[in-house]
Design a protein around this ligand. Structure first.
Ligand code: NAD
Length: 253
């Protein structure tokens, strides 16, 4: 069993899968967890067929017992990437409140559960790195995403607080805030926003998603993987509670 294991939540699709494959190529053993065990296994197969090391677990980030079981099954976990997420788009007056609660549970309570369990294990190990996949929407707002944006803003508060609580040991926690990444979550948003705003899908990409980004490009898995690799390394030992913004210049405007 390798001693450089990284646990990734929501590793069966999109950013979680892309970062898992990137970090496996960089030599990490990947603990791929997802709500869907089949999707987590797909990521593991992709890693193994490229010669990397990985294991899959079903893990719902809102289920503390299931999360604890995964941590108990693994002797050492040096890094955790809180990535699992969903989106829902509606104006506030029509936003179903059960959806609001579900988003906050998955995007904010989930990382708090995983981080709490991880910090306990990392303290015993004497080392740990926690990386949150936040969002540009942790820093700025866009219409019709009230639950997502509220949760992602909250994630920065969680990160800063845990950074202070773990300042006495070699544990760090940081949040990467990307603008749009072409994943299944965003493909669905393109269709939903086209409906909500009365635009074509191409108009949503050009006039809504890429419009506020001076660099006019989706963020890639390689950029996210490379940023995670740095944050996971001993070189980042004094970077904690920070927000790393990959937004093509969005927040400069
Ligand atoms: P995705 O839909 O492709 O993947 C999300 C994964 O999370 C899926 O595999 C899904 O099964 C899993 N998941 C959902 N609920 C879960 C739960 N309760 N427990 C465990 N796993 C669960 O989405 P993505 O675009 O790759 O998004 C991943 C993360 O990146 C999210 O936190 C999202 O907010 C963030 N993000 C995405 C973008 C983007 O443009 N795609 C931009 C900024 C931030």
């Amino acid at each position: 069993m390798s001693s450089n294991s990284i646990l990734i939540t929501g590793a069966g699709s999109g950013i979680g899968q892309g970062v898992a494959i990137y970090l496996a190529k960089a030599g990490y053993r990947i603990i791929a967890t997802d709500l869907s065990i089949q999707d987590a296994e797909t990521t593991v197969s992709a890693i193994q067929s490229a010669g990397g090391e990985a294991i899959a677990y079903a893990m719902n980030v809102t289920d503390e017992g299931a999360t604890q079981q995964v941590f108990d099954a693994e002797p050492k976990i040096i890094g955790v990437i809180n990535n699992a997420g969903i989106q829902h788009i509606d104006p506030i007056e029509d936003f179903p409140k059960d959806k609001w609660s579900a988003l906050v549970n998955i995007l904010l309570v989930g990382p708090a559960i995983t981080t709490g369990i991880a910090v306990k294990k990392m303290r015993a190990q004497g080392y740990g790195r926690i990386v949150n996949i936040g969002s540009i929407h942790g820093l700025v707002a866009s219409p019709f995403k009230s639950a997502y944006i509220s949760a992602k803003h909250g994630l920065l508060g969680l990160s800063k607080t845990v950074a202070l609580e773990t300042a006495d040991c070699d544990i760090t926690i940081n949040t990467i805030c990307p603008a749009y990444v072409k994943t299944p979550l965003v493909e669905k948003q393109i269709a939903d926003q086209a409906r909500t705003r009365g635009l074509t899908q191409d108009q949503v990409i050009q006039e809504v998603m890429l419009k506020p980004m001076p660099k006019k490009a989706f963020i890639s898995f390689e950029e996210l993987g490379g940023t995670c690799e740095y944050l996971l390394s001993p070189a980042a030992k004094n970077m904690t509670g920070q927000t790393l913004v990959l937004d093509g210049g969005w927040t400069c405007t």
